[in-house]
Design a protein around this ligand. Structure first.
Ligand SMILES: O=C(CO)[C@H](O)[C@H](O)COP(=O)(O)O
Length: 244
């Protein structure tokens, strides 16, 4: 599994803290990445102790982890279809979490995220946005007043050059994500490619999100704006939980 950012102990504290928010009968969105993996394992321990939950995985990797941890799974269409139970909460990691700035700043990005370091952001956004509550799990290395990391943009393979051009027109510099242990690009669980797009400091995540979503050939991008309910930040000594 891809890992990034702070210590594994801090990630574990964050993941396990969010896993404690799961209650009997819940349907839980299961995020992707090394921090969300701790939450999945903890939910699995609680299932072994009798907790009744069903997980909705956000990726091939999170489904595999859930199966290993004995967490029963539902597909997203089953969960959110007309006869489905819905999703009570989702627990997912992030590559960067905006902590925000001045209270009177109309563009305060507090709670906005960049996701997609594991190229799973399209399904993650579907699941996280569909949940009644979305809990982010992170360590302090992910926090920043403003978002300034590259934004992953999942694009249809045939649209990659047109999408790259549109990103340049929007002020970004796109780089096709390459696989580490295979020749050629990373291919997502959906069969698409990923452009990592550097925009520098993102003053207005909402506006950039709208711009990127409107580009033909963009399947989904990694800016998550206005959907976070709680952020569980694991530290070396404990967990800080912030509501949004
Ligand atoms: O968005 C993601 C995958 O697409 C991950 O949640 C994000 O990359 C954080 O991963 P980690 O917890 O391993 O640092």
């Amino acid at each position: 599994m891809k890992t990034s950012g702070g210590s594994d102990a801090a990630k574990r504290r964050a993941g396990e803290s969010a896993a404690e928010a799961v209650t009997d009968g819940d349907v839980v969105g299961l995020g992707t990445g090394s921090t969300a993996a701790h939450a999945i394992r903890r939910i699995g321990d609680r299932v072994d102790s009798g907790l009744d939950v069903r997980g909705v995985p956000t990726s091939f990797a999170s489904r595999e982890l859930a199966v290993d941890a004995s967490v029963p799974c539902l597909d997203l269409p089953e969960a959110v279809g007309p006869d489905g139970p819905g999703i009570d909460l989702a627990i997912d990691g992030a590559d960067q979490v905006a902590t925000g700035g001045e209270e009177d700043d109309a563009l305060d990005p507090g709670g906005a995220l960049i996701k997609g370091g594991g190229a799973a952001h399209a399904r993650e956004k579907l699941v996280d946005a569909a949940a009644d509550r979305f809990l982010v799990v992170a360590d302090p290395s992910k926090e920043s007043p403003r978002l300034d990391r590259s934004v992953p943009v999942e694009a249809l393979p045939a649209g990659r050059t047109a999408v790259a051009e549109a990103v340049r027109e929007a002020g970004g510099e796109p780089t096709l994500r390459r696989a580490e242990r295979k020749d050629g690009p990373v291919v997502t669980d959906n069969g698409n490619v990923v452009l990592d797009c550097a925009f520098g400091e993102i003053a207005d995540p909402t506006a950039l999100s709208t711009t990127l979503s409107a580009v033909p050939g963009v399947v989904e991008h990694g800016l998550f704006v206005g959907i976070v309910d709680e952020i569980h930040v694991g530290t070396e000594s404990g967990v800080r939980v912030e509501e949004r």
